[in-house]
Design a protein around this ligand. Structure first.
Ligand code: FMN
Length: 482
């Protein structure tokens, strides 16, 4: 089922108990951020829901929603139209990567129902929250940024933080230099031209799920492939770009090349505040929006968050496809990007090791896929281990790894630019480097039998548990090789 825009999606979420409106008056400068944080700090994953605010102090009629894209696996699966398990989620994402549907241009769209240009532009009229109150430099949008490659005309979309600085300026953070948007920015800078850009706020949830995809794919075509229907686009009013016609709000302008301003700090997906340095400025020419627009935020900051959930769902799917279909590596069983690492610091892979060098080949194939900044920890174990089970991961590290032989460190690699452990005092952004560690946690020879009763005996006992007159059991959890 394809959702045309944010509004029908919110209705479906509400019907399924995954979205609730709040009518109490709230302060956008601290309260919205603090309330939304409860989704991830005080709810189990299965009971999480997105929250909307429609009584915002000082913004009569304004609405803000958050946690409506990726608060839980159940929500992501509902957006993708599949069962709420990782295998199905990965399959749906891969189906869009393998069979993209190009967006189509239409003459008009609801995102341009109301238009403000020139002196009428005023970003401060939008209720933009402060996500980490008293610590962020100001209100931030977490929108999709649309740009085009000046050489090829190819479009890129990426989620990037966007600090609202004045009526007509915002900041933007180009983190990793190998990302599509950052490459466009560099090319425009080399030409000495301002970069046309458009910000998209609120839309079909799939657009947000695929936005952190790798350079080379038109993420909107991948989103179309997953939806089974092309995304409708309209031409911007003041820049040569197209944007999703059914978005809530579009902000058009140029990223300036002739001056920078302080940007940040902002609460980041690593769990730490980051930034507070010079950054590019986006000058706004035009704001278009639906009637009564909704400001949609994606919850990032301390993990778990929508950011870690989105990155996890998409990066795992893309990596599985890369290893198995593009590199044609045999034996890859499962991949798991841990949410505590924001989905980009720690990666586990389980595989059936088939030949010498197979583990290294998998580790280096992984680094090649993401660029050298993602995943400073890569742990590879045998396919008998459920790498989604934290206890089994600890068990494997305890008994299948010999540190002096099984661990490879690769120094002076790129680092996730927001990783505080790479940011030694006194270093500049350009000097940052990191380390990769590859841990071969596979068995190197035949191991003794596992010290548990045989599988058939335990199953027999579990099946007949009632006979023992004891309270009910929970799920029977067993390592696969019992
Ligand atoms: C909620 C959220 C916020 C993000 N903010 C930024 C950001 O401010 N700067 C950045 O470089 N990447 C940010 N990212 C990661 C980018 O979306 C990711 O690197 C993506 O690959 C960029 O798109 P591109 O490769 O098409 O340019 C964010 C991701 C998420 C999920």
């Amino acid at each position: 089922m394809a959702y045309e825009s944010l509004r029908p999606w919110l209705q479906v979420l509400e019907q399924q108990g995954m979205f609730k409106w709040v009518d109490k008056e709230v302060d956008k400068d601290w309260e919205i951020g603090a309330v939304l944080r409860m989704i991830f700090r005080a709810m189990d994953e299965d009971s999480r829901y997105g929250i909307g605010f429609r009584n915002i102090k000082g913004f009569k009629g304004g609405r803000v929603v958050g946690g409506v894209v990726a608060s839980s696996r159940k929500m992501i699966a509902a957006a993708l139209g599949c069962e709420p398990n990782l295998e199905n989620i990965h399959e749906r994402v891969t189906s869009g990567i393998n069979a993209p549907i190009e967006p189509v241009l239409v003459d008009s769209g609801p995102c341009q129902e109301v238009i403000f240009r020139g002196d009428d532009v005023d970003l401060t009229k939008l209720p933009v929250p402060i996500w980490t109150p008293e610590k962020d430099a100001g209100p931030y949008l977490t929108p999709l940024w649309v740009t085009k490659d000046p050489d090829t005309g190819r479009r890129n979309i990426g989620i990037r933080r966007c600090q609202v600085k004045s009526k007509n300026t915002t900041g933007i953070l180009f983190g990793a230099p190998d990302r599509g948007g950052a490459i466009h920015h560099k090319k425009y800078k080399e030409r000495g031209e301002h970069m046309p850009a458009a910000i998209v706020i609120g839309g079909d949830p799939i657009q947000y799920l695929v936005a952190p995809a790798r350079y080379g794919a038109d993420e909107l075509a991948v989103a179309g492939g997953i939806r089974g229907e092309a995304i409708e686009m309209v031409k911007c009013k003041t820049v040569d770009l197209e944007v999703p016609a059914h978005a809530e709000i579009i902000i058009e302008g140029e990223v300036l090349m002739d001056h920078t301003e302080p940007e940040g700090p902002f609460g980041e997906f690593t769990g730490y505040m980051a930034g507070g340095r010079e950054g590019p400025v986006f000058r706004v020419n035009c704001i278009t929006h639906r009637k009564d627009p909704i400001v949609m935020g994606v919850i990032s900051q301390f993990p778990p968050s929508e950011s870690s959930m989105i990155k996890r769902a998409l990066l795992e799917a893309g990596l599985k496809k890369h290893l198995t279909e593009d590199l044609n590596l045999p034996g890859i069983h499962d991949v798991h990007a841990l949410e505590a690492g924001g989905g980009t610091a720690t990666l586990w892979i389980s595989m059936k090791k088939m030949y010498s060098g197979h583990v290294d080949q998998t580790a280096f194939g992984t680094m090649g896929h993401f660029g050298m900044s993602y995943f400073k920890w890569i742990v590879i174990c045998d396919d008998d281990i459920d790498i989604n089970d934290p206890f089994m991961r600890d068990w494997v590290m305890a008994w299948r790894v010999r540190p002096d032989k099984d661990i490879k460190t690769i120094p002076n690699t790129a680092s996730v630019e927001l990783d505080p452990s790479s940011f030694e005092p006194g270093l500049t952004q350009a000097d940052i480097s990191g380390t990769k560690m590859v841990i071969d946690a596979t068995k190197k020879w035949d191991y003794p039998a596992v010290s548990l009763p045989p599988l058939d005996k335990m199953r027999d006992v579990a099946d007949n548990w009632g006979d023992y007159g004891l309270p009910d059991l929970d799920e029977l959890k067993l390592p696969r090789e019992v």
